[in-house]
Design a protein. Structure first.
Ligand code: GLO
Ligand code: MG
Ligand code: MG
Length: 412
């Protein structure tokens, strides 16, 4: 093949995207509660060992692109859109008014707001540092985000505590730090109750997000289970207002089964918001787009969420890779992530409705003929061949994943 001049590369990408077999329409995509974070679209590819590979992108552009693609909801950190120095000032409200207009003009809704408590140097010792004024500032930031959220019509607020942990041993009083962190969440809930009342709106759903490592070496609330324990610790004045925003990869990172972590949150009635992405076990937070690493696991996760009636947002908290251009972020990365998600979601419905899986599941639950007595060997013998159905179900799910149930046949 001849070298491709830069002026022809975007057209090539677009043509090959078409050749992939088209896509869902924006109208179809909008039927799902999918939210696109400002920070994901605007991520420039930078990291500790990485210079940026993309140009900055404004919120106006992201919101316009969400509308074009068919992503119905937008989410943001406070400082994705407002400079830290402008937080709480008139300039903030001017920016918020511009955001509102961009959302209205494009028919996109703000689903979630979140506070950046990890990037600025003020958070070097975390959002619940020993210094009283850092904690006072953290409360101001959380309360301010609630105000912005109500103004933009959001229903969710998310807290990823970021640097709540330590690098060096022994410098932090863990119980005290957790108490201080709870004070900030309590202040946010109190502020929410007051603002919601003033505005005649329901209070927001406050969702805690855990991550096992990064950006500290040791994290005080590293998993969704740790967050559940924190909610039930007695430290929160409004535990009923606080739930979870698990992130798929954050659970995988520590070696967990994301599906099991989600199941525990579901049982506790706290699965309120979900960050959707992909990656690898026991590696750093690579934030790959949904379905590119673990499509089979994702399919099973979505079967669980469909079965148990999860109704919250699916927030595309991934990072388009550094190799994707600014054009590629909106021409390939987000539309393809949305379409893989929808495909997996619909396939999850096919798994639940599949007659083979249904019959196998019912047979497993019916069990074998009861043994004459509660004798372990006899009970095992009565069920022996039924248990093969576990592997048969797994095979059937694989077939659904690769489309064999719809006509892909064994042929070479
Ligand atoms: C980082 C987190 C981050 C949070 C965001 C929302 O690893 O996933 O993106 O989701 O700050 O609070
Ligand atoms: Mg996240
Ligand atoms: Mg992440």
């Amino acid at each position: 093949m001849q070298p491709i001049p830069p002026s022809q590369q975007q057209a090539l990408v677009e043509r090959l995207m078409q050749a992939c077999g088209g896509s869902y329409t924006p109208e179809q995509r909008r039927k799902y509660f999918i939210s696109g974070p400002q920070w994901a679209a605007a991520y420039q590819g930078q990291a500790l060992f990485h210079a940026p590979t993309r140009e900055p992108v404004s919120f106006e552009e992201v919101i316009r692109k969400w509308a074009e693609i068919g992503i119905g909801y937008w989410s943001t950190h406070d400082t994705d859109v407002i400079p830290t120095s402008a937080l709480g000032t008139d300039q903030q409200w001017e920016i918020v008014a511009r955001i509102k207009k961009a959302l209205e003009d494009n028919g996109v809704q703000c689903s979630m707001v979140t506070t950046e408590t990890f990037y600025h140097p003020v958070w070097a010792a975390g959002p619940a540092a020993e210094q009283p004024q850092v904690r006072e500032y953290a409360k101001f930031r959380l309360e301010n985000t609630i105000r912005i959220g109500h103004e933009l019509g959001a229903r969710y607020v998310v807290y990823w505590p970021g640097s709540l942990g330590y690098q060096v041993q022994g410098a932090i009083d863990e119980p005290q730090t957790l108490k201080w962190y709870a004070e900030a969440i309590n202040a946010a809930c109190e502020a929410d109750i007051a603002i919601a009342q003033q505005k005649g709106r329901p209070t927001l759903k406050h969702c805690l997000e855990a991550k096992p490592f990064e950006p500290q070496a040791e994290i005080l609330l590293p998993t969704s289970d740790a967050m559940l324990a924190f909610i039930d610790s007695g430290l929160l004045t409004h535990p009923e207002m606080v739930g979870l925003n698990p992130e798929y990869l954050h659970e995988l990172m520590w070696g967990a089964a994301p599906r099991a972590a989600l199941a525990r949150a579901l049982l506790r009635g706290k699965l309120w918001h979900f960050d959707v992405n992909d990656g690898y076990r026991l590696k750093h937070d690579v934030d790959i787009a949904v379905g590119l690493v673990n499509p089979l696991d994702w399919l099973n996760v979505l079967v669980l969420l469909r079965t148990y009636g999860y109704e919250g947002p699916f927030n595309l908290d991934y990072k388009p890779p550094r190799t994707t251009s600014n054009h590629g972020v909106f021409a390939v990365s987000f539309p393809s992530a949305v379409d893989r998600f929808i495909t997996l979601w619909e396939m999850a419905g096919e798994v639940s409705a599949d007659p083979i899986i249904q019959e196998a599941t019912e047979a497993l639950k019916a069990g074998g003929t009861p043994a004459p007595s509660l004798d372990a060997d006899q009970i095992f013998a009565m069920n022996r061949d039924l248990l093969t159905l576990h592997e048969l179900i797994a095979h059937r799910i694989f077939q659904i994943l690769v489309g064999q149930h719809r006509g892909r046949v064994y042929s070479i």
